[in-house]
Design a protein around this ligand. Structure first.
Ligand code: HEM
Length: 474
C-alpha cells in the first residue's frame, strides 16, 4: 500500500527543518520508575506544546520576512522537542527492537569504538574519560531552543511544572542540563575555533528549501526519517514512522591550543607567516573562517563568495575532473572526510551517510589569560547533535569509518590521508594528516592529541507527534 506523503505537522521540528535559535538548553533526565503512568499522562499534556516541523518552517519564514523588511531585533521564537534513549523506551515498557544497532546498544557501549579516550576496565570493559553525567543511564532529552536564554528558561519552566519537578510527586529527575548559545557579535554562527558553521546541509526530496546548490542530488526523506523512502531497514516497528534517531556529543574544544598549533606550523613559503597559519587552518577544515570553501578559493579567503548561497557550497572536490591531487583541499580536511562528495562517486555515493547537523556552541569567549598562556582554562565547545534514520549509518559511520580511518577517502595516490584533524580520534594515541602543504602533498604533519575532546553523549530517538500521543503518552 502506498504510504501517504509525510505531513510536517507530524514530525518534531528540530529534525527535518531545524530550530532557528540563539540559545538552547539540553535537559537530560531520568523518568521516575515508580511513577511511569503519571509521567505518561503528563507527557500527553506536553505533546500539544511540542514544536512540529510545520511550525518551525513558519517561524523561519517569519524571521526571513522580518530580516528582508530590514527590521532590527529578533522575533520571540521558541521550540520544544523530546527524545528518548533505549533506557527511556524500556522504562516506558517499549521493548521493540528499533532496528538501529548503535541506538539499541547506547553510546557508552560505543565509546571505545568511537575512539574516545579512556581506560580499560575489568571484564574487557572500557571506562571512557567522560563527564560522569553521561555514564548514568539517561532516559530522555528535552531540547528547548529560542531567541534568547530568557525564552529558553521560560520553556524549561513549563516543562518542569508539567512534570512536577521540585515537588514530592515529581515524575522526572534532572541528570544534567547544558546550555548552549550562539557566539557574540561578528562570531555569530562561527564555532569556537572561529570557522563559520552550519553552511552545508543536505537538501531533502519533497521538502522545499532555499536555493543553495551543492552539486549533490537531494537525499531521500528516509535517510533522515524512519520508514520513509531511503530508510535502509525494512522491518521497523510501526510507531517509529516519521521519527528520527538523534546522536548527541558533548565536545569541548581546546581553542588556545588549536590556535598555537596553527601559529607554530604555518604553511611554508606563504608570507607573512600569519597568512601561512591562516592557510593551514583553512586546509584542516576545508573552509576559510569566513566559510568560503578552499575547493573554490584555495589560496585566499573570499568573503563575497562566503556570503553567496548560490556559490558557497557548490563544489565537489573534483576541480577540472581531477580527484588525485590536494592542491585545493587535503583529502583528510574535516569537510572532505565528513562529506567526501565526488570522492565516493565510484564507491556508491554519499547519500546513505548524510546527517542533519543541529548543534550549538557552549561556553564563553577566550579570556586574556587563556590567549596569553595558550592554555584552556574555561570549558567551551560544541554541543553536537545530528539526526538520521540510522545512527550506525550516519554519525557512527562518519566518526569511525571516515574521520578516524586513516585510509579514508579511498582511491587516492596516498594510501593513508590520515585523521580528520578536527574530529578524528585515536583514543588519545598519536594522529597525523598528509597533504596540508600543497607544495609537498605526500608530507605528513603530526597533529597533537585531540583538540576536540569527547566528554560523552548518548543516542536518542525523536518520535513523531502521533507516536508521542498514541504510543508514549497515556
Ligand atoms: C562541517 C566544525 C564536529 C560532521 C563543518 C564545518 C565546520 C565544522 C567549521 C564547515 C561548515 C559547514 O559546511 O557547515 C566542526 C567542529 C566540530 C565538529 C569544530 C567539533 C567540535 C563534527 C562531528 C561530525 C561533523 C562530530 C560528525 C561525526 C560535519 C559534516 C559537515 C561539517 C557532515 C558538512 C560537510 C559538508 O557537507 O561539506 N564542521 N565540526 N562535525 N561537519 Fe563538523
Amino acid at each position: 500500500m502506498a504510504q501517504p506523503a509525510v505531513d510536517l505537522k507530524n514530525v518534531q521540528g528540530d529534525s527535518i527543518i531545524g530550530f532557528p535559535k540563539k540559545a538552547e538548553a539540553f535537559y537530560f533526565f531520568q523518568i521516575n520508575s515508580a511513577r511511569v503512568n503519571d509521567f505518561r499522562k503528563q507527557l500527553g499534556r506536553l505533546v500539544p506544546q511540542i514544536t512540529n516541523a510545520a511550525q518551525v518552517r513558519n517561524d523561519k519564514r517569519a524571521i526571513d520576512d522580518s530580516k528582508s523588511a530590514g527590521k532590527k531585533g529578533l522575533l520571540k521564537i521558541s521550540g520544544l522537542n523530546i527524545a528518548f534513549s533505549k533506557h527511556g523506551l524500556r522504562i516506558l515498557g517499549i521493548n521493540d527492537n528499533t532496528g538501529d544497532t548503535a541506538f539499541e546498544n547506547g553510546m557508552l557501549a560505543d565509546a571505545r569504538d568511537l575512539g574516545d579516550k579512556g581506560k580499560s576496565a575489568p571484564g574487557d570493559k572500557f571506562d571512557p574519560a567522560w563527564d560522569p553525567a553521561f555514564k548514568q543511564s539517561i532516559h530522555a532529552l528535552i531540547l528547548a531552543a529560542g531567541d534568547s536564554a530568557g525564552t529558553v528558561n521560560e520553556v524549561i519552566s513549563k516543562v518542569e511544572n508539567n512534570f512536577h519537578v521540585g515537588k514530592p510527586d515529581a515524575t522526572i529527575r534532572l541528570i544534567k542540563r547544558i546550555d548552549g548559545k550562539v557566539r557574540p557579535g561578528r562570531e555569530e554562527g562561527h564555532e569556537h575555533f572561529g570557522f563559520l558553521d552550519g553552511i552545508s546541509e543536505p537538501r531533502i526530496v519533497g521538502i522545499p528549501s532555499k536555493p543553495h546548490p551543492d552539486g549533490e542530488k537531494p537525499a531521500r526523506q528516509g535517510i533522515f526519517l524512519v520508514g520513509r523512502d531511503g530508510d535502509q531497514a525494512s522491518n521497523r516497528p510501526a510507531w517509529t514512522l516519521d521519527g528520527s534517531f538523534l546522536a548527541f556529543r558533548f565536545l569541548p574544544q581546546l581553542v588556545p591550543e588549536f590556535n598555537k598549533f596553527l601559529k607554530d606550523n604555518p604553511i611554508p613559503g606563504v608570507l607573512p607567516p600569519s597568512k601561512g597559519s591562516e592557510l593551514l587552518g583553512a586546509r584542516l577544515v576545508g573552509r576559510w573562517k569566513s566559510g568560503a570553501p578552499i575547493d573554490i578559493t584555495p589560496l585566499a579567503d573570499d568573503k563575497a563568495l562566503a556570503a553567496d548561497d548560490k556559490r558557497n557550497n557548490n563544489f565537489r572536490f573534483n576541480f577540472n575532473g581531477d580527484q588525485t591531487v590536494q592542491d585545493r583541499c587535503p583529502f583528510a580536511a574535516h569537510i572532505r572526510k565528513t562529506n567526501p562528495r565526488a570522492d565516493l562517486d565510484q564507491f556508491g555515493g554519499t547519500e546513505r551517510r548524510r546527517i542533519l547537523r543541529r548543534g550549538i556552541q557552549f561556553g564563553e569567549e577566550l579570556t586574556k589569560e587563556e590567549i596569553d598562556s595558550s592554555h584552556t582554562k574555561l570549558q567551551r565547545g560544541l554541543l553536537f547533535l545530528c539526526y538520521q534514520s540510522d545512527i550506525s549509518d550516519g554519525f557512527r559511520f562518519i566518526q569511525t569509518s571516515w574521520a578516524n580511518a586513516v585510509g579514508f577517502p579511498p582511491g587516492k595516490p596516498i594510501a593513508a590521508p590520515g585523521f580528520d584533524p578536527i574530529i578524528g580520534q585515536a583514543g588519545g594515541g598519536s594522529r597525523s594528516i598528509v597533504g596540508t602543504n600543497p607544495k609537498a602533498q605526500a608530507q605528513p604533519l603530526k597533529l597533537p592529541t585531540e583538540w576536540v575532546v569527547s566528554r560523552g553523549g548518548e543516542y536518542f530517538f525523536s518520535p513523531s507527534i502521533p507516536a508521542l500521543k498514541n504510543k508514549f503518552a497515556l
